[in-house]
Ligand binder design. Sequence first.
Ligand SMILES: Nc1ncnc2c1ncn2[C@@H]1O[C@H](COP(=O)(O)OP(=O)(O)O)[C@@H](O)[C@H]1O
Ligand SMILES: [Mg+2]
Length: 355
Amino acid sequence: MLVILAFQPLLVVALLVALIPALLVARDSGHITFASYDMTTADGRRAAYFDGLLMSDAAAKELRLFDLAPWLLAQRQAYAQRVIERRLQAAWATSKGFVMAAVVSAGAQYLALAFVAYQAVTGRITLGDFTMLATALVVVRQNLSQALANLGELLENSLFFGDLERFFNFRPKIATPSAPRPLPSIEGYEFTFEHVAFTYTGAPSPVFQNLSFELRAGEATALVGVNGAGKTTIVKLLTRLYEPERGRILLNGVDIREFPLEDYRAIFGVILQDFVRYHLTARENIQVAKVSAPPDLGRLEEAARQARADEVIKSLPLGWETMLGRQFDEQGQALSGGQWQRIALARASTGTPRS
Ligand SMILES: Nc1ncnc2c1ncn2[C@@H]1O[C@H](COP(=O)(O)OP(=O)(O)O)[C@@H](O)[C@H]1O
Ligand SMILES: [Mg+2]
């Protein structure tokens, strides 16, 4: 660059001007590519969802019973097609820009080369000067174009990085307070719901507005209500998966928000209607309730016995080490719905402190 500047300052100006289109393209292409990904995220996820359904063994039975595969496949193709079209549009738009910018800057380089060649032929500069200038011109343009391309990429990545940063800045709303109280000893937990009101985000009406009741230690309490009455919601509030909108939930007289979240949640053994069937070994299926502690086979066996899952496990070809589910292993054992429930029950009882 300095070489050309010393001999032909105007040439440098011309070369830089010729790179302006490349600069604009570098700026725009990042935005175009980012926008094409941003716009296709939802459709891409839907396509992936249909992929997952088509391949999942949980859905396999209904897929056959309802002869659903062709329809799912068509849905999947429609969403995937939209993603491909948008991305192609973006690729086409950016490459048009890249080609035009490259033509302009290459054109400028050849004109500049012709200009110095003309000066050499007419004897205004020596042949040595010409060689040096010609080389410098090629190298300078190459480097500048590369730098601009890199700049464009950097810009595009910074847009994606912005998303990542926003994601990392999400903070859970339900967390341990800065000065938590230790959980009370395991004997005699009593829970009190005190004028609890709760509405799901975006729901038109509250699940309950003023709910008060007590759960006393040593008693078995059954909660009965029609579908959608709010039974599961009570469990979610009790286990601090959600926070009451108004009112308080107390454990032995202390607001449950004051306890360390992980310790507090560990006192519950919960089986939900939609418990997870882990495609892992029988041992791992029960042990996942307490991955923080070192594996303790005695404890797992006790939990299995309590849940009467021990008979299920005994009947498996490899016992505790048998793979459940057949997603990853042809030798995996398919369990009945009830057998899966026993495994989930053993898991729930493993996760809770022994009393
Ligand atoms: N995650 C959620 N977001 C919004 N509304 C929900 C959510 N979960 C449940 N609901 C609604 O809250 C009400 C109570 O649900 P739930 O506690 O699951 O009832 P159930 O008594 O059958 O267990 C229902 O009207 C249900 O539609
Ligand atoms: Mg429910």
